[in-house]
Design a protein around this ligand. Structure first.
Ligand code: AP5
Ligand code: ZN
Length: 209
Protein backbone atom coordinates (compact mmCIF):
# COMPACT_ATOMS: atom_id res chain seq x y z
CA UNK A 1 0.00 0.00 0.00
CA UNK A 2 1.50 3.30 -1.14
CA UNK A 3 -0.93 6.13 -0.63
CA UNK A 4 -1.30 9.85 -0.15
CA UNK A 5 -3.87 11.16 2.35
CA UNK A 6 -5.48 14.41 1.30
CA UNK A 7 -7.76 16.61 3.37
CA UNK A 8 -8.05 19.91 5.19
CA UNK A 9 -6.24 20.44 8.50
CA UNK A 10 -8.16 18.44 11.09
CA UNK A 11 -9.97 16.26 8.53
CA UNK A 12 -8.65 13.18 10.35
CA UNK A 13 -5.62 12.25 8.22
CA UNK A 14 -3.44 11.51 11.25
CA UNK A 15 -6.22 9.59 12.99
CA UNK A 16 -6.88 7.32 9.99
CA UNK A 17 -3.16 6.90 9.29
CA UNK A 18 -2.56 5.72 12.89
CA UNK A 19 -5.20 3.01 12.39
CA UNK A 20 -3.80 1.85 9.04
CA UNK A 21 -0.32 1.66 10.53
CA UNK A 22 -1.61 -0.37 13.50
CA UNK A 23 -3.42 -2.85 11.22
CA UNK A 24 -1.15 -3.08 8.18
CA UNK A 25 2.33 -2.14 9.46
CA UNK A 26 3.05 0.43 6.75
CA UNK A 27 5.20 3.49 7.37
CA UNK A 28 3.38 6.65 8.47
CA UNK A 29 5.17 9.60 6.91
CA UNK A 30 3.66 12.76 8.35
CA UNK A 31 5.53 15.90 7.33
CA UNK A 32 3.81 17.77 10.18
CA UNK A 33 5.16 15.24 12.72
CA UNK A 34 8.63 15.25 11.14
CA UNK A 35 8.73 19.06 11.20
CA UNK A 36 7.46 19.26 14.80
CA UNK A 37 10.18 16.77 15.82
CA UNK A 38 12.80 18.95 14.12
CA UNK A 39 11.49 22.04 15.93
CA UNK A 40 11.58 20.20 19.27
CA UNK A 41 15.12 18.95 18.65
CA UNK A 42 16.21 22.51 17.69
CA UNK A 43 17.84 21.41 14.42
CA UNK A 44 18.65 23.86 11.61
CA UNK A 45 15.56 22.63 9.74
CA UNK A 46 13.43 23.07 12.86
CA UNK A 47 14.60 26.64 13.30
CA UNK A 48 13.81 27.42 9.66
CA UNK A 49 10.38 25.75 9.79
CA UNK A 50 9.06 27.10 13.08
CA UNK A 51 7.96 30.58 12.02
CA UNK A 52 6.01 29.23 9.04
CA UNK A 53 4.29 26.57 11.15
CA UNK A 54 3.34 28.98 13.92
CA UNK A 55 1.78 31.27 11.31
CA UNK A 56 -0.16 28.42 9.67
CA UNK A 57 1.76 28.90 6.40
CA UNK A 58 3.52 26.24 4.34
CA UNK A 59 7.19 25.57 5.03
CA UNK A 60 9.26 26.18 1.83
CA UNK A 61 9.03 23.30 -0.66
CA UNK A 62 12.75 22.56 -0.83
CA UNK A 63 12.96 21.82 2.92
CA UNK A 64 9.94 19.55 2.92
CA UNK A 65 10.77 17.74 -0.31
CA UNK A 66 14.27 16.85 0.94
CA UNK A 67 12.80 15.63 4.23
CA UNK A 68 10.33 13.30 2.48
CA UNK A 69 12.95 12.05 0.03
CA UNK A 70 15.17 10.95 2.94
CA UNK A 71 12.27 9.38 4.82
CA UNK A 72 11.12 7.37 1.76
CA UNK A 73 14.57 5.81 1.56
CA UNK A 74 14.32 4.28 5.04
CA UNK A 75 13.73 0.52 5.22
CA UNK A 76 10.23 0.55 6.68
CA UNK A 77 8.93 2.66 3.78
CA UNK A 78 9.82 -0.17 1.41
CA UNK A 79 6.94 -2.19 2.91
CA UNK A 80 4.51 0.55 1.92
CA UNK A 81 3.78 4.07 3.11
CA UNK A 82 1.07 6.54 3.96
CA UNK A 83 2.01 10.10 3.15
CA UNK A 84 0.11 12.38 5.54
CA UNK A 85 0.34 16.12 4.87
CA UNK A 86 2.50 15.74 1.77
CA UNK A 87 2.19 16.74 -1.02
CA UNK A 88 0.56 20.04 -0.13
CA UNK A 89 0.83 21.94 -3.39
CA UNK A 90 1.33 21.14 -7.06
CA UNK A 91 5.12 21.60 -6.97
CA UNK A 92 5.39 18.99 -4.19
CA UNK A 93 3.08 16.60 -6.08
CA UNK A 94 5.15 16.89 -9.27
CA UNK A 95 8.33 16.29 -7.29
CA UNK A 96 6.81 13.22 -5.59
CA UNK A 97 5.73 11.79 -8.96
CA UNK A 98 9.23 12.10 -10.34
CA UNK A 99 10.81 10.69 -7.17
CA UNK A 100 8.53 7.65 -7.16
CA UNK A 101 8.83 7.00 -10.86
CA UNK A 102 12.62 7.03 -10.71
CA UNK A 103 12.46 4.56 -7.79
CA UNK A 104 10.01 2.36 -9.76
CA UNK A 105 7.28 2.80 -7.14
CA UNK A 106 3.62 3.14 -8.08
CA UNK A 107 1.25 5.31 -6.02
CA UNK A 108 -1.92 3.29 -5.39
CA UNK A 109 -4.11 6.29 -4.77
CA UNK A 110 -4.70 9.69 -3.20
CA UNK A 111 -7.46 9.39 -0.63
CA UNK A 112 -9.39 12.54 0.19
CA UNK A 113 -10.98 12.74 3.65
CA UNK A 114 -13.75 15.21 3.05
CA UNK A 115 -14.96 17.40 5.97
CA UNK A 116 -16.72 20.81 5.92
CA UNK A 117 -14.79 23.76 7.37
CA UNK A 118 -17.16 24.56 10.27
CA UNK A 119 -16.60 21.03 11.62
CA UNK A 120 -12.84 21.47 11.19
CA UNK A 121 -12.69 24.64 13.29
CA UNK A 122 -14.48 22.88 16.18
CA UNK A 123 -12.27 19.80 15.97
CA UNK A 124 -8.98 21.65 15.86
CA UNK A 125 -9.75 24.07 18.66
CA UNK A 126 -10.53 21.13 20.93
CA UNK A 127 -7.66 18.89 19.82
CA UNK A 128 -4.89 17.92 22.21
CA UNK A 129 -1.64 16.28 21.09
CA UNK A 130 0.81 14.07 23.00
CA UNK A 131 4.12 15.80 23.59
CA UNK A 132 6.01 12.50 23.45
CA UNK A 133 4.46 10.45 20.65
CA UNK A 134 2.19 12.84 18.71
CA UNK A 135 -1.02 10.91 19.39
CA UNK A 136 -4.12 13.15 19.04
CA UNK A 137 -7.31 13.15 21.11
CA UNK A 138 -10.11 15.59 22.00
CA UNK A 139 -9.71 18.16 24.84
CA UNK A 140 -10.26 16.71 28.30
CA UNK A 141 -7.78 13.87 27.69
CA UNK A 142 -5.20 14.46 30.43
CA UNK A 143 -2.68 11.70 29.68
CA UNK A 144 -1.84 10.13 26.32
CA UNK A 145 -3.86 6.89 25.95
CA UNK A 146 -0.97 5.37 24.01
CA UNK A 147 2.16 6.28 26.03
CA UNK A 148 1.00 8.17 29.14
CA UNK A 149 2.72 11.37 27.95
CA UNK A 150 1.50 14.91 28.57
CA UNK A 151 -1.23 16.25 26.26
CA UNK A 152 -0.88 19.87 25.04
CA UNK A 153 -2.50 22.25 22.56
CA UNK A 154 -0.44 22.79 19.39
CA UNK A 155 0.45 26.47 18.79
CA UNK A 156 -1.22 26.27 15.38
CA UNK A 157 -4.47 24.96 16.91
CA UNK A 158 -5.29 28.43 18.28
CA UNK A 159 -8.33 30.02 16.56
CA UNK A 160 -6.53 32.77 14.58
CA UNK A 161 -4.04 30.30 13.10
CA UNK A 162 -6.70 27.69 12.28
CA UNK A 163 -8.39 30.12 9.87
CA UNK A 164 -5.10 30.84 8.14
CA UNK A 165 -4.38 27.11 7.76
CA UNK A 166 -7.80 26.61 6.20
CA UNK A 167 -7.17 29.46 3.74
CA UNK A 168 -3.78 27.98 2.87
CA UNK A 169 -5.43 24.61 2.31
CA UNK A 170 -8.06 26.09 -0.04
CA UNK A 171 -5.61 28.07 -2.13
CA UNK A 172 -2.65 25.68 -2.28
CA UNK A 173 -3.66 22.12 -1.40
CA UNK A 174 -7.24 21.76 -2.70
CA UNK A 175 -6.01 21.98 -6.35
CA UNK A 176 -4.41 18.55 -5.76
CA UNK A 177 -7.91 17.02 -5.82
CA UNK A 178 -8.05 17.85 -9.50
CA UNK A 179 -4.40 16.88 -9.99
CA UNK A 180 -4.93 13.32 -8.73
CA UNK A 181 -8.38 13.14 -10.38
CA UNK A 182 -6.62 13.79 -13.68
CA UNK A 183 -4.31 10.82 -13.00
CA UNK A 184 -7.32 8.65 -12.14
CA UNK A 185 -5.92 8.14 -8.64
CA UNK A 186 -8.42 10.10 -6.54
CA UNK A 187 -10.41 8.21 -3.88
CA UNK A 188 -12.81 9.89 -1.45
CA UNK A 189 -14.50 9.24 1.89
CA UNK A 190 -16.92 11.35 3.94
CA UNK A 191 -14.86 12.25 7.04
CA UNK A 192 -17.70 13.82 9.02
CA UNK A 193 -18.77 10.62 10.76
CA UNK A 194 -17.52 8.60 13.74
CA UNK A 195 -13.87 7.55 13.41
CA UNK A 196 -14.64 3.82 13.01
CA UNK A 197 -17.18 4.43 10.25
CA UNK A 198 -14.71 6.60 8.37
CA UNK A 199 -12.10 3.86 8.80
CA UNK A 200 -14.45 1.21 7.37
CA UNK A 201 -14.85 3.37 4.26
CA UNK A 202 -11.12 4.04 4.06
CA UNK A 203 -10.46 0.28 4.00
CA UNK A 204 -13.17 -0.27 1.40
CA UNK A 205 -11.75 2.42 -0.87
CA UNK A 206 -8.28 0.91 -0.52
CA UNK A 207 -9.63 -2.63 -1.15
CA UNK A 208 -8.46 -3.79 2.28
CA UNK A 209 -11.81 -5.24 3.30
P1 AP5 B 1 0.22 19.02 9.79
O1 AP5 B 1 0.71 18.47 11.05
O2 AP5 B 1 0.25 18.19 8.55
O3 AP5 B 1 -1.21 19.58 10.06
P2 AP5 B 1 -2.53 19.50 9.19
O4 AP5 B 1 -2.57 19.07 7.79
O5 AP5 B 1 -3.01 20.88 9.39
O6 AP5 B 1 -3.23 18.32 9.74
P3 AP5 B 1 -3.59 18.07 11.17
O7 AP5 B 1 -2.53 17.28 11.85
O8 AP5 B 1 -3.97 19.37 11.83
O9 AP5 B 1 -4.96 17.30 11.00
P4 AP5 B 1 -5.32 15.80 10.62
O10 AP5 B 1 -6.07 15.80 9.34
O11 AP5 B 1 -4.15 14.90 10.75
O12 AP5 B 1 -6.40 15.53 11.75
P5 AP5 B 1 -6.33 14.63 13.08
O13 AP5 B 1 -6.39 13.19 12.71
O14 AP5 B 1 -5.25 15.09 13.99
O15 AP5 B 1 1.01 20.36 9.42
C1 AP5 B 1 1.30 21.37 10.37
C2 AP5 B 1 2.13 22.45 9.72
O16 AP5 B 1 3.39 21.91 9.26
C3 AP5 B 1 1.53 23.11 8.48
O17 AP5 B 1 0.63 24.14 8.80
C4 AP5 B 1 2.79 23.61 7.75
O18 AP5 B 1 3.29 24.78 8.34
C5 AP5 B 1 3.77 22.49 8.01
N1 AP5 B 1 3.76 21.46 6.96
C6 AP5 B 1 3.38 20.15 7.11
N2 AP5 B 1 3.50 19.49 5.94
C7 AP5 B 1 3.94 20.40 5.02
C8 AP5 B 1 4.24 20.33 3.63
N3 AP5 B 1 4.08 19.18 2.93
N4 AP5 B 1 4.67 21.46 3.00
C9 AP5 B 1 4.85 22.60 3.69
N5 AP5 B 1 4.58 22.74 5.00
C10 AP5 B 1 4.13 21.65 5.67
O19 AP5 B 1 -7.77 15.01 13.71
C11 AP5 B 1 -8.03 16.31 14.21
C12 AP5 B 1 -8.87 16.20 15.50
O20 AP5 B 1 -10.15 15.66 15.19
C13 AP5 B 1 -8.27 15.25 16.57
O21 AP5 B 1 -8.54 15.77 17.85
C14 AP5 B 1 -9.01 13.93 16.35
O22 AP5 B 1 -9.10 13.19 17.55
C15 AP5 B 1 -10.38 14.41 15.87
N6 AP5 B 1 -11.01 13.52 14.88
C16 AP5 B 1 -10.40 12.84 13.86
N7 AP5 B 1 -11.31 12.14 13.14
C17 AP5 B 1 -12.54 12.42 13.70
C18 AP5 B 1 -13.87 12.00 13.39
N8 AP5 B 1 -14.16 11.16 12.36
N9 AP5 B 1 -14.88 12.49 14.15
C19 AP5 B 1 -14.63 13.33 15.21
N10 AP5 B 1 -13.36 13.74 15.56
C20 AP5 B 1 -12.34 13.30 14.81
ZN1 ZN C 1 1.82 9.57 23.58
Amino acid sequence: MNIVLLGAPGAGKGTQAQMLVRDYGVAHISTGDLLRAAVKAGTKLGKQAKEYMDAGALVPDKLVIDLVKERLEEDDAKRGFILDGFPRNTAQAVSLDSELSSAGIELDGALLIDVASDVIVKRLSSRRTCRSCGYTAPAGTEKCPRCGGEMYQRDDDKPETIQHRLDTYQSQTAPLIEYYGGQDKLLKVDGDRPVDEVYADVKRELHLS
